[in-house]
Design a protein around this ligand. Structure first.
Ligand code: F6P
Length: 544
């Protein structure tokens, strides 16, 4: 039996029918306890999902769905180190990366000794850089760090680095380069002093085209500016599960930090992929980030579903996607420091659950990951929020804001919070015809003017959203926030029957790019491609 034909699914369908025509205004009016019963708090995080189009009864039915789908057992299998990434026959142990001590027995051995040893090596190296003891060519201390990586080897540390920049080392600059377009690396190199720059090549496979091309260019730049090959070794560090490839590239063996096949790229921020971040914020703060995530892991593993933040967040997503028919999900952080959170989540959710084939190879008979998108809330209000308010589409939103500012300026934080809360309330409750009419009458508009403007000024409301408050943006709350979304993705994957830890869908394009590359200059090699590709190549050859 598939999950969509289960009695648990049918029970939620029945809820959908009864809730379809009900407005959030009514749901709030009917139950004065609504906000209390549809909010959860944990360790500096407060999650208010009362503005979702559901009731406490829906929550119960959704929790029953999670049980029917085997979410509890799946969580235990992950924490037991079972090989739940079935298509790649791997364990999924990013949760081991935030453990502070103890064992993590996973097949075929305990991974903790290696995890702790690597973390210790990272901390020693990070301190060397932070204290000016890591010397480049000419014996000058390293002052700039450039992380070269893409996808999971970029988005996580870059996002967290931006989120925690208020505590970053003031005399070090840390940069992230991912794009193949020289427009990212070339202008950056112009600002850097090769004698004091360190490149971290972060790539699990050490074959990723974008990363290797950028790393080669960085190496050429150092050679051109510093001379002999040997000095490069003072300027390169690598993070990879294929250390031999990094050494072959020219990185000193003692400057290669390991990564393991049981860490997925998009879950790897907690590993040595976070080295640039650790250099920026220091080993202690990095440890706090891990501690925040570890606390969320414990909560995820032990809390009953109805009080479990990641499980509830996942179930709300299932409700919106599979029962209300939403196809997208907007992530709207209000803190500037969280500006890279939406692209980070895009990879986390869409690379994990953007699949229509189940873990056992069967076709999935329901919608899976929505299109995740978003951006900074305040900026969005003056841009794309128009569509959220009056576009007529169902777009569930996550509003995220830290209550205390990491960069306080008089009056700013209060205004930020007011805007955030105003938007979710406006989206939920709207402004009906009577209210709009009354407002215009108060403005003393002429009756014909009122009739002309009326339809434009109505806000239907009923747009569902959740609001996630952080007391402040600290390494701890950030660690909990990231782990919250990681586990949300896992739970949704279990319910949809997906293996959330592989990403076969990215392979075809990579292989085709390798075939097309030589044809950019050689027309003879283009003959095998489709007519459109041939025409695009011809245009490029003419103008390149
Ligand atoms: O192409 C997708 C992907 O494999 C991601 O899953 C991964 O995070 C990224 O590329 C980078 O891979 P690597 O760390 O091996 O360079």
């Amino acid at each position: 039996m598939t999950i969509t034909s289960s009695p648990a699914w049918a029970a939620i369908e029945a809820q959908r029918h009864s809730l379809q025509a009900v407005y959030l205004r009514e749901l709030f009016a009917q139950n004065p306890e609504r906000v209390r019963s549809l909010s959860l708090s944990f360790d500096g995080l407060h999650y208010d999902f009362s503005k979702q189009r559901l009731t406490a009864e829906t929550v119960q039915s959704l929790s029953a769905l999670a049980s029917a789908a085997g979410v509890r057992e799946a969580i235990e299998r992950m924490f037991a180190g079972e090989r739940i990434n079935v298509s790649e026959d791997r364990s999924v142990l990013h949760v081991a990366l935030r453990k502070t001590d103890g064992a993590f027995p996973a097949e075929p051995f305990d991974v903790m000794p290696e995890v702790l040893e690597t973390r210790q090596r990272m901390a020693e190296f990070a301190e060397q850089v932070r204290e000016g003891r890591c010397l480049g060519h000419h014996g000058m201390p390293i002052r700039s760090v450039v992380n070269i990586g893409i996808g999971g080897s970029d988005l996580g540390p870059k996002m967290a680095n931006q989120a925690l920049r208020s505590i970053a080392h003031p005399a070090l600059s840390v940069h992230y380069v991912s794009n193949l377009d020289g427009a990212q690396l070339a202008p950056l190199l112009q600002t850097l002093d090769p004698r004091t720059t360190l490149f971290i090549v972060a790539s699990k496979t050490f074959t990723t085209q974008e990363t290797m091309l950028n790393a080669n260019t960085a190496r050429d730049w150092l050679r051109a500016n510093l001379g002999e090959e040997v000095v490069l070794q003072n300027h390169f560090v690598a993070v990879s599960s294929r250390p031999e490839r990094a050494v072959e590239f020219g990185v000193r063996a003692d400057r290669v930090f390991p990564l393991w096949d049981w860490v997925g790229g998009r879950f790897s921020l907690w590993s040595a992929v976070g080295l640039a971040l650790m250099i920026a914020i220091g080993p202690h703060a990095f440890g706090e980030l891990l501690a925040g995530a570890e606390r969320m892991d414990e909560h995820f593993r032990t809390a009953p579903f109805e009080r479990n933040l990641p499980v509830m967040m996942a179930l709300i997503g299932i409700w919106n996607t599979n029962f209300l028919g939403a196809t997208t999900h907007a992530v709207l952080p209000y803190n500037e420091s969280l500006k890279y959170f939406p692209p980070f989540l895009q990879q986390l959710e869409m690379e994990s659950n953007g699949k229509s084939v189940g873990a056992g190879g069967e076709s999935i008979d329901c919608s899976t990951s929505p299109i995740v998108w978003g951006g900074l809330g305040n900026n969005g209000q003056h841009a794309f929020f128009q569509l959220l308010h009056q576009g007529g589409r169902l777009v569930p939103c996550d509003f995220i804001v830290a209550v205390r500012s990491d960069y306080p300026l008089p009056g700013h934080q209060e205004a930020l919070l007011a805007n955030c809360f105003a938007q979710s309330a406006a989206l939920a409750f709207g402004k009906n015809e009577d209210e709009v009419r009354a407002g215009m009458e108060k403005e003393k508009l002429a009756p014909e003017e009122i009739e002309r403007l009326l339809p434009h000024r109505i806000f239907k409301g009923n747009q569902p959203s959740s609001t996630l408050l952080l007391t402040s943006l600290t390494p701890r709350t950030l660690g909990s926030l990231i782990a919250l979304y990681e586990h949300k993705v896992f739970v949704q994957g279990v319910i949809w029957g997906i293996n959330s830890f592989d990403q076969w869908g990215v392979e075809l394009g990579k292989a085709m790019a390798s075939r097309i590359l030589p044809a950019i200059h050689d027309p003879a090699l283009a003959a095998d491609f489709d007519a459109s590709t041939q025409s695009l190549l011809a245009f490029c050859r003419e103008h390149l």
